[in-house]
Design a protein around this ligand. Structure first.
Ligand code: SF4
Length: 289
């Protein structure tokens, strides 16, 4: 069996052509959520996750009991007033949902911190503006080192959990963008490694029939070594100690905003800390009276 999840828009014709696949459906709102879930009754397909790019604030989402068992990743730009979040907090904690907020909105670094401390699994996604590496580092420090209980914050938790000093760790998985785990497919059955490639027309193949043989596909195989390009050209990532946990994700903005390097070095330290703490797997024992 191929190990990939598929990422695609909601298109009933496309879904009817897919069989025994694990699928993440990308959508813009909540109106169709139940209709999408009902469409998974046929063909042995299973819903991996609903990926919802929501243009409103999180507080304006019509959260309801009947969303409880649906796996959802919600990407939103704003959270909204905490007073209104608190009115929904019990529901939010119970949903099978991770809420991602946009790094372009500075308030979101604090919002994510508070959301996690309230027990809501959440994360940051990277927008178009310069990243505040210092604020991101503070958030990561809280996510990994804080002793007080809180929900997970991504992509930090994924990165430290999967980090290995001997291989590359691609936290793009958190955003459904990792060629080892995900393939993106549009309603015309064009297949690409990432959503960006799909939009840019950089297809690996076309037609759902190609999925079963995708690992033998030349374009698929070529992409496996695309990262080597970084080392063939003059590129700051080629000399970066944090390469194996960042894999050049911020290379285009490095010149203007070079804080990525220190951030990812600190993230590797956090991963070492996490691994050590996990392997000891025992609580500190204080003397007993
Ligand atoms: S941290 Fe910055 S310099 Fe290092 S690999 Fe990532 S983008 Fe390149």
């Amino acid at each position: 069996m191929r190990e990939h999840f598929l990422v695609c828009p909601f298109d009933e014709k496309l879904l009817s052509r897919l069989k025994n696949e694990r699928i993440a459906i990308v959508t813009n709102g909540f109106e169709q959520v139940h209709h999408i879930c009902e469409s998974f009754n046929d063909n042995g397909n299973t819903l991996h996750c609903l990926v919802i790019h929501y243009s409103g604030s999180v507080v304006s989402i019509p959260f309801h009991e009947n969303l409880k068992n649906i796996p959802m990743a919600i990407f939103a730009n704003e959270l909204g007033p905490f007073k209104e979040i608190m009115a929904r907090i019990h529901m939010l904690r119970e949903l099978n949902t991770r809420i991602f907020l946009n790094s372009d909105n500075k308030a979101n670094y604090t919002n994510i911190h508070i959301l996690a401390s309230l027990g809501v699994d959440c994360g940051i996604f990277f927008g178009e503006n310069e990243i505040d590496w210092s604020a991101l580092n503070d958030l990561m420090t809280y996510a990994i080192y804080a002793k007080v209980g809180h929900a997970t914050i991504e992509p930090f938790m994924y990165a430290v959990k999967h980090y290995s000093p001997d291989k590359l760790t691609d936290f793009g998985t958190v955003y459904f963008e990792n060629r080892e785990s995900y393939l993106h497919i549009d309603k015309d059955e064009n297949i690409a490694h990432t959503s960006k490639d799909l939009k840019a027309g950089k297809f690996i193949a076309t037609g759902v029939e190609a999925l079963s043989q995708i690992r033998e596909n030349k374009f698929y195989q070529d992409a496996e070594y695309a990262w080597q390009e970084f080392f063939l050209n003059e590129n700051p990532c080629a000399y970066c100690q944090a390469w194996r946990i960042c894999v050049g994700k911020f290379t285009e903005t490095f010149e203007k905003n070079p804080g990525c390097r220190q951030f990812f070095i600190d993230l590797m330290d956090a991963a070492d800390f996490y691994r050590t703490a996990e392997s000891k797997n025992k609580k500190k024992e204080i003397w007993q009276p």
